[in-house]
Design a protein around this ligand. Structure first.
Ligand SMILES: [Zn+2]
Length: 470
């Protein structure tokens, strides 16, 4: 229950290497070294200072350093690693150097383009490799950097495994997001018998507009019709644009489903992942009427068609509603232990049809028809022993969304997994590709749902206050 609040500066600490060098200089009585630009004691010594990291916005990070080296440098290289619970990703790049004794170097890493998406909230470890013209070389100490959206003044609050980052004056809703995330971690963990073995970070923007530059890019036409409430952008990072507790609960649910069910080769089908996330909301909100209407008109989606998220904005509400309803059916009819076992089985490498068969004795057609029967619908014919369940590749998890207009027709295919890639051609990967975006789960709430939620929460609260005063 420990809570701590921190103000976050935009600049990294001064290089520990320089501090160490400075201390040594002091011990030797070389007071003159304290001034920047003074020649170092030994001709081959490379001195560093002014180690900085800045980010003006979510699209890039600039690493800087001042180097003093008699005769200049032969080469300089910035190397970084983005820490990720699924495997950190490394990269780096060379920087132009001169033969001047003192030079300021900088390396700019683009973080959101066609090749690479490193989300805000990522934690970096980095150092510089410097080689002098005389052949001497040095590697600066590893430094840590937390990448935040430089357009805003961020604050943070930590409670247990969750840290929330926010800006602006709404401390109360930041605390609410923290608590919603914590309780969803516990509740989803209990549902799936899973403990998330790492801390998570929740980054809250004041609106989708203010956070748009940080979002993983998607097609403009889809984007135009879908309101994004939140996104899971890495195994341990959530974005929240519409800060209501159910958006946070939903997204935190995705943190847990990933740990519980995504294996190295087989991931969760979207209906199971999204259905569980909606199930973890306090209320399915606007998704429920969508599935109810589809049941009434016998226009439900075949479960087998729901392996990946919908690409048509007009399908989004039904997709999430039916996913939620299917998950609720599994839990209500067969119990929590079996539901948790289903995730464990998928994590172990079984495809969804096999995992269902092992756990429940039916495949996706069987589940779909059982769910239809529960809802008073006739079974649909199954096409024989079809068990060629589609394994869902990482990266296909799609937005949770609701159409904001009924203009229809506009479809979007989610951009494929763009991996955090080298910045300048000569990068090295350390560990496997990160989940930082490539299987990011995007949660989108339709504008209508968002408005409905806001009205329900705000209006309800206001009403209760009035009653109490009366
Ligand atoms: Zn979702």
């Amino acid at each position: 229950m420990t809570k701590q609040e921190t103000r976050l500066g935009g600049r990294a600490r001064r290089s520990a290497a320089w501090i160490a060098a400075f201390a040594l200089a002091g011990a030797l009585g070389l007071a003159a070294l304290s001034g920047i630009g003074v020649r170092p004691a030994h001709a081959q010594t490379i001195q560093t200072s002014n180690v900085t990291v800045t980010s003006k916005d979510p699209t890039s990070i600039t690493f800087g350093i001042r180097v003093n080296s008699p005769g200049g440098l032969k080469s300089a290289r910035l190397e970084y690693q983005v820490r990720n619970p699924d495997g950190s990703v490394g990269g780096g790049g060379n920087v132009d150097v001169t033969t001047g004794a003192e030079q300021d170097l900088s390396f700019t890493l683009t973080t959101r383009d066609a090749q690479r998406y490193i989300p805000v909230g990522s934690r970096f470890t980095y150092h510089w490799l410097l080689v002098s013209t005389g052949g001497g070389s040095t590697q600066t100490n590893d430094e840590q950097y937390l990448f935040l959206d430089g357009r805003y003044q961020w604050r943070s609050q930590t409670d247990g495994p969750v840290t929330v980052y926010w800006y602006g004056t709404n401390d109360v809703s930041a605390t609410a997001a923290l608590q919603a995330s914590k309780s969803s971690l516990q509740d989803t963990g209990a549902l799936l018998n899973t403990n998330v073995p790492y801390d998570i970070r929740v980054v809250v923007w004041r609106s989708e507009d203010e956070g748009k530059l940080a979002m993983r890019q998607q097609s403009a036409s889809f984007d135009a019709q879908i309101q994004t409430g939140g996104q899971r952008v890495a195994p341990d990072i959530l974005f929240v644009f519409d800060n209501v507790p159910d958006v946070v609960r939903h997204e935190t649910g995705h943190i847990v489903t990933h740990v519980a069910g995504d294996g190295p080769f087989v991931g969760l089908p979207s209906w199971l992942d999204e259905g569980t996330a909606v199930y973890m909301q306090k209320s399915p909100g606007g998704y429920e009427p969508a599935v109810r209407a589809a049941v009434q008109s016998n226009r439900t989606l075949s479960l087998r068609s729901m392996q990946t998220s919908p690409t048509r904005p007009e399908d989004v509400n039904l997709f999430y509603g039916q996913s939620w309803s299917t998950v609720k059916f599994l839990v209500d009819e067969f119990g929590q232990p079996k539901f948790a076992q289903l995730f464990t089985t998928i994590k172990g490498g079984a495809r969804i049809d096999d995992a269902l068969q092992t756990t429940y004795g039916f495949n996706q057609e069987g589940l779909y028809n059982a769910w239809r029967a529960k809802n008073g619908l006739q079974p649909v014919p199954t096409s024989g022993p079809s068990t060629n369940g589609t394994a869902i590749a990482e990266g296909t998890r799609a937005p949770l969304g609701v159409p904001t207009s009924s203009s229809g027709g506009a479809t979007s295919s989610q951009p494929g997994g763009s991996t955090p890639a080298p910045s300048s051609g000569d990068t090295s990967a350390a560990g496997k590709d990160s989940d930082g975006g490539s299987n990011a789960t995007t949660a989108i709430l339709v504008l209508a749902v968002t408005v409905a939620l806001a009205v329900a929460l705000g209006g309800g609260g206001f009403y209760l206050m009035r009653k109490r005063r009366a």
